[in-house]
Write a protein that binds this ligand. Structure first.
Ligand code: IPE
Ligand code: IPE
Ligand code: MG
Length: 241
């Protein structure tokens, strides 16, 4: 089976390199996060125009709490400001916003903005934007296992109904589709606990470009690269089958 998709439907991006971007300029890491947040606006708009259906952005991992408290606090404030300042534009652009991850660990005021943003964009039927905050791929899988166990315990499903498909339905719904193209900026070639289930057959695009420098043209470059891939999913390519 060969499935050369002309265009990636679900694109996920690991936004990495903000700190180094700032350090290169002799500035604090937080300066890089600010530039990174500004770039999120640019790339969200670009992805919408390009016709990407689902865009999932990794903004804060379950491991990022290890960073200095000041940096963490700054990031949390940035997330809140992003949601407040971008809401109107996201509504106008018909973007449906979801936050994936364990939001219960976030401050009440950030949770309030998350609720408002999700509620006010819920009826939008354009691009789905998932922002992963306090997200870990392992944690998402363990959460899904727990929800599924609960469902079995309640008698809503039988153990014999546990399949890859039914398991997938316990993941965060808005981000549960297979990731076609997974991009990581900032030069590292690792997944860092992002979308472990959904990325099982993703095309992986690693670029040295630091996130604040990742322009619309860079996104187009990644998508163009994707269109040249031969996605075999364990089968043979078109010429051989
Ligand atoms: C990514 O940039 C943003 C977050 C993880 C929140 P980094 O802060 O990891 O930047 P580098 O990798 O240190 O340059
Ligand atoms: C991955 O970046 C997490 C996010 C972009 C949110 P990190 O900078 O935290 O990853 P590592 O530590 O280099 O793997
Ligand atoms: Mg990093």
């Amino acid at each position: 089976m060969s499935d050369k998709k002309a265009f990636p439907e679900h694109v996920a991006i690991i936004l990495d390199g903000n700190g180094r971007w700032a350090e290169k300029r002799g500035r604090e890491r937080t300066f890089g996060h600010q530039a990174g947040a500004a770039n999120v606006k640019t790339i969200v708009r670009a992805a919408g125009h390009m016709g990407i259906k689902v865009l999932t952005l990794y903004a804060f991992s379950t491991e990022n709490w290890k960073r200095p408290a000041l940096e963490v606090r700054f990031l949390m404030r940035l997330f809140k400001n992003y949601l407040i300042s971008q809401l109107r534009e996201l509504v106008v652009d018909n973007v449906q916003v979801h936050i994936i991850g364990d939001v219960s660990a976030l401050t009440e005021s950030l949770q309030k903005e998350i609720d408002a943003c999700e509620r006010e964009t819920a009826a939008n039927d354009g691009m789905v934007l998932n922002v992963a905050i306090n997200y870990g791929g392992r944690r998402e899988i363990v959460r899904a296992a727990g929800l599924m166990a609960e469902s079995v315990k309640k008698g809503e499903m039988d153990i014999s109904e546990i399949t890859e498909e039914s398991f997938g339905s316990f993941l965060y719904p808005s981000a549960s589709s297979d990731v076609d193209l997974l991009i990581r900026t900032g030069g590292e070639s690792r997944i860092s606990n992002f979308l472990l289930w959904q990325a099982s057959y993703s095309e992986l695009y690693f670029t040295p470009v630091l996130w604040p420098d990742f322009t619309e043209a860079e996104l187009r470059k990644a998508v163009t690269w994707y269109t040249t891939r031969d996605r075999r999913f364990g089968g043979l390519n078109e010429e051989e089958s």
